[in-house]
Design a protein around this ligand. Structure first.
Ligand code: PD2
Ligand code: ZN
Length: 298
C-alpha cells in the first residue's frame, strides 16, 4: 500500500524535533507506527529541512533534556489503513442489518469500542452453546514465538473454533457481523466459542499479533494482521466475567445477545486496545469471538 506524508505527520515530526528527540528516535517511532522506512526517512528529511529553513536565524532546536529517554512519542498511524468500522456517522440508536435490528448502547472513539445490544437472539445464543459444547477443549493461544499454538496459563477457559460457514447458524451470524462492521466475511477467522467456569478468566492482552515476535510473519501469511474483534455474550454469568479495557477503565457487562466490538489500525499498544475477560465470580460464562483480519483469511 502506498503511504502519503500527511500534514498531521509533518506537524508531529516538527513537534518531536522541538522536544529534542533525535532523528533516529523519530524514525524508529515512525517505523513502529507502520511507516515504511524509505517513506519515513523522506518525510523526516523534507520536513526538517523545510522547518529549519522557515525558522529565523539564531533559533535552534532544544537539546535533549538531561536524563530524557531518547525515544519519541507515538507517531500518527500511516494514513488510510482501513479497519472494520460500525457506521455511527448519523448517531444511530439502532442499526438495521437486514435480518435483525441491533441497538447501539455505547461508543468510545479511542480506543474504538462499540457496545451493541441484541446482536444475537436468545435462540442463537443457546444454539451456539449447544453446537460448541461437545467440542470444547482447554483454550490454546497462538504462540507468537513459533506461530504454533500452546496452552496459555493466562487463559483458563475452554474453547473451540467453528470453521467459517461451518453450519447455517454460524453463516447467519458471520454475515450479520460483516454487515455490522462493514468488513467482508472472507476476512474473518472462524468463530471461536469460549466457556469460562467459575474462577476462570482471560488476563489482559492484545488481540493483534506482536510484530516483535519471531513467529508473527508465519501467522500473518494467512490473512495478515488482526484489525478488529467482536466478542458476543451468549449467557449471563451469575457474577463477574465482564470484558475489561484497563487503559481506559472500561468494563463491558456480559448480557446475553450483546456484543462488544473494537478495532485497532496497527499492532501497537497505543491503540489502547488492551483488554481482558475478568474472573467469573459466580456461575459460568459463554462467549463467541470473531477476529477480523486485514486480508482474506483462507
Ligand atoms: O471473554 C471475554 O470477555 C474476552 C476478553 C478478552 C474475550 C477475548 N478477549 C477474546 O476472545 O479475545
Ligand atoms: Zn482478546
Amino acid at each position: 500500500m502506498s503511504q502519503t506524508i500527511t500534514p498531521e505527520l509533518r506537524q508531529w515530526i516538527v513537534a518531536q524535533a522541538q522536544a529534542g528527540f533525535s532523528p533516529e528516535a523519530v524514525l524508529e517511532a515512525m517505523k513502529a507506527a507502520g511507516w515504511a522506512e524509505a517513506v519515513a526517512m523522506e518525510a523526516l528529511e523534507n520536513t526538517l529541512k523545510q522547518h529549519l529553513q522557515s525558522i529565523s536565524a539564531g533559533q535552534t532546536l532544544k537539546p535533549l533534556p538531561a536524563g530524557a529517554v531518547a525515544s519519541a512519542g507515538s507517531a500518527p498511524a500511516q494514513a488510510g489503513t482501513p479497519v472494520p468500522e460500525i457506521d455511527l456517522s448519523a448517531a444511530p440508536r439502532e442499526i438495521d442489518l437486514g435480518d435483525r435490528t441491533v441497538r447501539v448502547l455505547a461508543a468510545l472513539r479511542t480506543p474504538r469500542v462499540v457496545v451493541i445490544g441484541g446482536l444475537l437472539s436468545e435462540d442463537e445464543c443457546e444454539g451456539l452453546i449447544e453446537l460448541a459444547r461437545p467440542h470444547l477443549a482447554r483454550s490454546l493461544t497462538v504462540q507468537a514465538t513459533s506461530g504454533g499454538e500452546e496452552l496459555n496459563p493466562a487463559r483458563t477457559s475452554s474453547g473451540m473454533f467453528f470453521n467459517r460457514g461451518a453450519n447455517p447458524l454460524v453463516s447467519t451470524i458471520e454475515a450479520r457481523i460483516a454487515r455490522l462492521v462493514n468488513w467482508p466475511v472472507t476476512h474473518g477467522e472462524g468463530l471461536q466459542v469460549l466457556n469460562y467456569r467459575q474462577g476462570a478468566e482471560y488476563k489482559p492482552h492484545y488481540d493483534y499479533f506482536d510484530p516483535a515476535q519471531p513467529g508473527t510473519p508465519t501467522i500473518l501469511q494467512r490473512g495478515g494482521q488482526r484489525v478488529g474483534t467482536v466478542v458476543m455474550y451468549l449467557n449471563a454469568p451469575g457474577q463477574g466475567g465482564g470484558t475489561t479495557f484497563p487503559d481506559v477503565g472500561l468494563e463491558v457487562a456480559p448480557q446475553p445477545g450483546h456484543a462488544v466490538f473494537f478495532s485497532y489500525a496497527r499492532p501497537h499498544p497505543d491503540t489502547r486496545t488492551l483488554h481482558g475477560g475478568a474472573p467469573v465470580l459466580a456461575g459460568e460464562k459463554w462467549v463467541a469471538t470473531k477476529w477480523l483480519r486485514e486480508g482474506e483469511f483462507r
